[in-house]
Design a protein around this ligand. Structure first.
Ligand code: PLP
Length: 334
């Protein structure tokens, strides 16, 4: 009863039907289910995939594993801001006739927004399913669903301030095979007892985040200060979400800078961390045409509902002071 009420609320928020909502443990599972669940439905041997190289690991590693297993996979070209090249998409849809195209709505490292409406239209033209990881941009997800532009969307509750949990939107008529096999929960699409509290929390978090107007004040304050650093380069171009701002600072490597910022109470992050906790070059930045060394300098700042503009202003001045000091001392050697 509570579970079905949560499903109704999620469906209403996303302009979807209740039967189009599949609750999962998180977006990683939802992304896996979207790709593998559709791929392994029916005769899958000859189905191929088309994917952007800037995807979150939840999609990227799923697709890469399929490639390693011998499936035909094509990777899309992205520009220096990380946006998919639509001409390249058209060409690859024509030449490789993929059954599924996976391109996220907004990038989690850079904040770049993809031309999702156009991607959806091209996928429809060529009869491919369009899967979008919508974790960083549930608003666009709801819009795409209302216009029928997307077939599968993964969302995460804890990225919206809720408890850990996620969902997969599956457009009516799109068949998926469960990847967690067991009982017939979630209409046979995900075995195992559904987590009622997490579903309820996701419904609340979605309602809340979709009712908020995007506010770029904190990001703009930070960017205004950082743009005055001579060697600073802001990544992601003009089409970006409001809660992410990513930078390269001359030749500065991310790791010493992150440590210095942390010592002054400022939390920032790099692209990804390997198991030894040292900073790895960002795969996303590499695929945007930057060198390995440049990709090792990615520093990302993110903002949330509790970001205070005064605190951001003061933090931005501190970042500037530290970066300039480190650049002048050449504490870098990437
Ligand atoms: N996709 C994107 C774009 C993300 O940012 C994240 C989490 O950071 C995920 C997928 C994975 O989400 P979850 O933690 O719910 O598995």
């Amino acid at each position: 009863m509570v579970l079905e009420h949560a499903r109704e609320r999620c469906a209403t928020s996303l302009n979807a039907l209740v039967e189009e909502i599949v609750f999962c443990s998180g977006a990683t599972e939802a992304d896996n289910l979207a790709i593998l669940g559709t791929l392994y439905h029916g005769d899958n041997k000859h189905q191929s995939l088309l994917c952007s190289p800037t995807e979150h690991a939840a999609v990227f590693e799923t697709v890469r594993r399929q490639e390693q297993l011998g499936r035909q996979v094509s990777w899309l070209r992205v520009d220096s801001a990380g946006r998919v090249d639509l001409e390249d998409l058209r060409q690859k849809l024509t030449s490789s006739r993929p059954s599924i195209v996976s391109v996220m709505l907004a990038n989690n490292e850079i904040g770049t927004l993809q031309p999702a409406q156009e991607i959806g239209a091209l996928c429809r033209e060529f009869g491919a399913l369009y899967h979008a990881d919508g974790v960083q941009d549930p608003k666009t997800a709801a819009h795409l669903i209302s216009t029928g532009s997307v077939d599968l969307v993964a969302l995460s509750g804890h990225k919206l301030g809720g408890l850990h949990g996620g969902l997969l939107y599956v457009k009516q008529g799109v068949a998926i095979n469960p990847q967690i096999v067991g009982g017939s929960q979630e209409d046979g699409r995900r075995g195992g007892t559904s987590e009622v509290i997490r579903a309820e929390s996701l419904a609340m978090a979605l309602e809340h985040s979709l009712s908020e107007t995007a506010d770029s004040a904190s990001r703009d304050i930070l960017e205004q200060v950082l743009l005055s650093i001579p060697q600073a380069e802001r990544l992601g171009g003009d089409h970006r979400v409001c809660h992410i701002s990513s930078w390269l600072f001359g030749n500065l490597a991310a790791e010493p800078l992150l440590v210095a910022l942390d010592m002054r109470g400022i939390c920032a992050s790099s692209g990804s961390a390997c198991s030894s906790h040292s900073v790895e070059p960002s795969r996303v930045v590499q695929s945007m045409g930057y060198s390995d060394s440049q990709a090792g300098g990615l520093v990302r700042f993110s903002f949330g509902w509790d970001s205070d503009t005064k605190e951001v202003q003061s933090a931005a001045e501190t970042v500037k002071e530290i970066v300039i000091k480190m650049l002048s001392k050449e504490v870098k050697q990437r």
